[in-house]
Design a protein around this ligand. Structure first.
Ligand code: EPZ
Length: 422
């Protein structure tokens, strides 16, 4: 397994470009199951999760030509509505083939995604919603069996905003007979983007990106050609990296309008963030102390849980104690023990972490556990001036960050990937 080695203490400067959004590409790839003909996705990032989803679509009978940033998905003529455990266990987002498969073929067998490092992550809302549309759901042998000759529009009220739950039901409803109303939906920009694609396919989706979405289903949907939005979490990650290491960077293609909660907290901490043409400019003088600010994660447009680990590293640089509350997942502080090994002073009490900033930090060998935790360890490595940091298990990083070490090196960081160690 590869290792990323970082020699910290360097200010960042220069310009990088943000890639397409992983969490927009994944549901849109699943949406290709809803129609015949060849769909084209553009601005798709070269990530492991994209490869995994492409492999899954091939198993389901699609012909996939993955040549990032372009993916072409056609039909191979043999539909196989079964998503096997071997692929689903690699990537929980595979659950998003369930809605399209049962809507298109009237039957689906999808392995139940297990839990993962950050929580049990049940899919009860996905199943409850499909039952409301008329599907018969049976759990057996670790698989979800869904049957329904033709889904019928209905009202579905989610118990909590669920991103992939909302997306799964949007896709199922797009081929259901009649009108579906989804209530208490996730409002993430990636949900809104899926709504745009389903409209290109011929469904009538209104309200995607708000908490109530109306979908008029169709008997058939058309293939689409779509360039996906840029990745707000990747952009936020590099903004925090620039703030933590200090410097002056330009980030091209960062969707500032989708990062308001993160930008507000960066500014509160004393970081300069502003739009300059097509770029976002992030400046922070490392000799100027950062202020400790409190953060509570929340569904969009609140502070994203996917930015919590990264922001915690910034708060390790701040003067004073900040309080970080993780409200979305039950176990998303796995980066804390690793940060402690680098000298950070962080107390965890249930869903709340108290970060006592300003402690001297040193480089160490650290282990990534989930996608965003691994990004936070890389950022921590950038900030330490004593000793190298080696981040192990970077396959977590490769799931969601395109060429991270190259982008950091382009900003002047001393970061390199060492193949096959650790
Ligand atoms: C999506 O996961 C993202 N993944 C996650 O990004 C992100 O962290 C998460 O939304 C929250 O923003 C993709 O979009 C592919 P949820 P998802 O359903 O949809 C509970 C990353 O780093 N819940 O919005 O799986 C759940 O336990 C990944 O890119 C149920 O109880 O998350 C959680 O507490 C990590 N039952 C809350 O809802 C359900 O049926 C929100 O989860 C579904 C969810």
């Amino acid at each position: 397994m590869d290792v990323i080695r970082i020699r910290g203490g360097k200010r960042l400067s220069g310009k990088i470009r943000i890639s397409g959004a992983k969490n927009a590409a994944l549901p849109i790839l699943c949406a290709t199951l809803l129609s015949e003909g060849e769909s084209i996705l553009r601005n798709v990032p070269a990530l492991k999760d994209i490869e995994t989803t492409s492999e899954l679509l091939r198993v389901l009978g699609r012909r996939v030509a993955l040549d990032a940033p372009v993916v072409r998905v056609g039909s191979s003529g043999e539909a196989n509505p079964e998503a096997p455990y071997e692929l689903v266990k690699q990537m929980r987002a595979s659950i998003m083939v369930l809605g399209p498969l049962v809507a298109r073929y009237g039957t689906a067998r999808v392995s139940l995604p297990g839990g993962c490092q950050i929580g049990s992550r049940p899919v009860d809302q996905h199943l409850k919603g499909l039952e409301a549309l008329g599907a018969t759901i049976r759990l057996q042998g670790g698989y979800i069996h869904a049957e329904c000759k033709r889904l019928r529009g209905a009202e579905v009220v989610f118990d909590m905003p669920t991103v992939t739950g909302t997306e799964n039901l949007m896709m199922a409803a797009a081929l259901a007979k009649g009108r579906t109303t989804l209530v208490n939906c996730a409002r993430e920009p990636e949900v809104e983007e899926l709504g745009r694609v389903l409209n290109k396919m011929g469904a009538r989706v209104n309200g995607a990106g708000t908490d109530v979405i109306h979908i008029e289903g169709r008997d058939e949907l058309d293939p689409f050609d779509h360039a996906i939005i840029s990745d707000r979490i990747e952009a936020g990650t590099y903004m925090v990296a620039a703030a933590a290491a200090g410097g002056d960077v330009m980030i091209e293609g960062a969707p500032l309008e989708d990062l308001e909660a993160v930008v507000a907290k960066l500014r509160q901490a004393g970081v300069e963030v502003g739009r300059e043409g097509e770029c976002v400019r992030v400046r922070r003088d490392p000799d100027k102390p950062l202020k400790a600010v409190d953060v509570i994660t929340a569904p969009h447009p609140g502070f994203p849980t996917d930015m919590q680990a990264q922001f915690m590293v910034l708060m390790c640089q701040a003067r004073g104690t900040s309080r970080i509350v993780e409200t979305i997942f039950e176990n998303r502080f796995m980066h804390v023990p690793e940060l402690r090994r680098m000298g950070c002073a962080i107390d965890v009490d249930g869903h709340t972490a108290h970060v006592h900033g300003g402690q001297p930090m040193s480089g160490a060998k650290v282990m990534a556990t989930d996608l965003r935790a691994s990004a936070s360890l890389v950022i921590a490595g950038l900030t330490v001036t004593e000793g190298d940091t080696e981040v192990l298990r970077v396959y977590h990083l490769d799931r969601g960050y395109e060429f991270m070490e190259r982008k950091l090196a382009a900003l002047g960081a001393d970061a390199e990937r060492i193949k096959g160690q650790g």
